[in-house]
Design a protein around this ligand. Structure first.
Ligand SMILES: Nc1ncnc2c1ncn2[C@@H]1O[C@H](COP(=O)(O)OP(=O)(O)OP(=O)(O)O)[C@@H](O)[C@H]1O
Ligand SMILES: [Mg+2]
Length: 305
């Protein structure tokens, strides 16, 4: 463990020194992440109780970036595991560096013809040839923040594997033995709910659904993330996006799109959002033709102050 690099908010026992939900919210705010009260509370509990945090919510509502913000706020490394269809334990845990093992084998064969088979075999499964993947790294390098992003893309088998790791915080590598985290990593799992995460994994975690932020907080997010954008533009953009979310669109815009739109308008030098400019830049905020058509029809109303 990298004792010298221990996060400032984690003491020698790996216990979080964040004393309350309000304190966590304050630390996150310092990184530019503005958490609502519910999220700050569940985040604080995840730290205090050493429980994984499962976040679900609409796209672009800040699920992934929360893990980065926690890592930054606590001065810990962020280790990310991006899930995808077909991901298996070896991609999450470890692999052997096959080409280097072969090279090693050739070298041994060339230099000592009488080396015992078991000896050679043993030397092949040495730490030197181990490729640590995110979950193993998180166990070995903890305290760290492990982000398991988009768990809903992985299949049942992978979820079962993850459940086991998150229950024991240890893994066994047959050739090397059992590796246990001295301190459980802080684990954040995210899901876009393309399928339900199993109850067994949910039971292990604390759960929070991240809603779109209210108007005031979203304006504040834009102002925090994009300080160059004027207060007036930030408010107009955010108010319009919030109204779009009420239109039953195929893909309602998330905070990510609000930021993209404000960024796009700023890049065009606009400091006020009128119908013409909005119509020309809708591609920054809507990604379906049906949604764009729908919004164009009601732009006047959406932009009204
Ligand atoms: N509460 C917040 N405070 C500050 N920034 C935020 C907040 N919520 C979202 N953002 C910003 O919005 C953008 C999108 O966030 P993020 O990628 O974390 O969303 P997500 O929920 O993981 O989306 P997806 O489901 O598409 O993966 C990022 O740039 C992030 O910084
Ligand atoms: Mg994400």
């Amino acid at each position: 463990m990298r004792v010298g690099n221990r996060g400032k908010w984690v003491n020698a026992e790996g216990v979080s020194a964040v004393g309350s939900a309000a304190e966590l919210a304050e630390c996150l705010r310092a990184t530019g992440y503005l958490a609502g009260e519910g999220l700050a509370t569940v985040g604080y509990l995840a730290l205090a109780l050493h429980r994984p945090l499962l976040l679900e919510g609409e796209p672009g509502t800040g699920k992934t970036s929360l893990a980065g913000a926690i890592a930054e706020a606590l001065d810990l490394d962020l280790i990310r595991l991006q899930c995808y269809e077909g991901i298996d334990a070896s991609q999450a845990l470890y692999d052997w560096d096959f080409p280097r093992q072969i090279l090693h084998l050739r070298t041994v064969e060339a230099t000592s013809s009488d080396a015992a088979v078991e000896e050679v075999e043993k030397s092949l499964f040495d730490e030197r040839f181990l490729l640590s993947r995110p979950v193993l790294r998180a166990l070995r390098e903890s305290p760290a923040v492990l982000l398991v992003d988009e768990i809903d893309r992985a299949d049942d088998e992978f979820e079962a594997f993850l459940l086991e790791v998150l229950s024991t915080y240890e893994v066994t590598i047959p050739e090397l033995g059992t590796i246990t985290a001295e301190v459980p990593p802080i684990v954040v799992l995210t899901s876009n709910r393309t399928r339900e995460v199993h109850d067994a994994l949910k039971r292990r975690c604390l759960y929070h659904w991240i809603d779109h932020p209210g108007l005031a907080r979203e304006i504040e997010i834009v102002r925090t993330r994009l300080p160059a954008v004027s207060a007036r533009l930030a408010e107009q953009v955010t108010r319009s996006v919030q109204r779009m979310r009420e239109l039953d669109l195929l893909k309602p815009p998330g905070v990510a799109e609000t930021l993209d739109w404000a960024r796009a308008l700023d890049a065009l030098g606009a400091d006020v959002l009128d119908v013409e400019t909005a119509a020309a830049t809708l591609g920054a905020v809507l990604k379906y033709r049906e949604d764009t058509d729908r919004v164009r029809e009601s732009l006047d109303r959406l932009l009204a102050s």
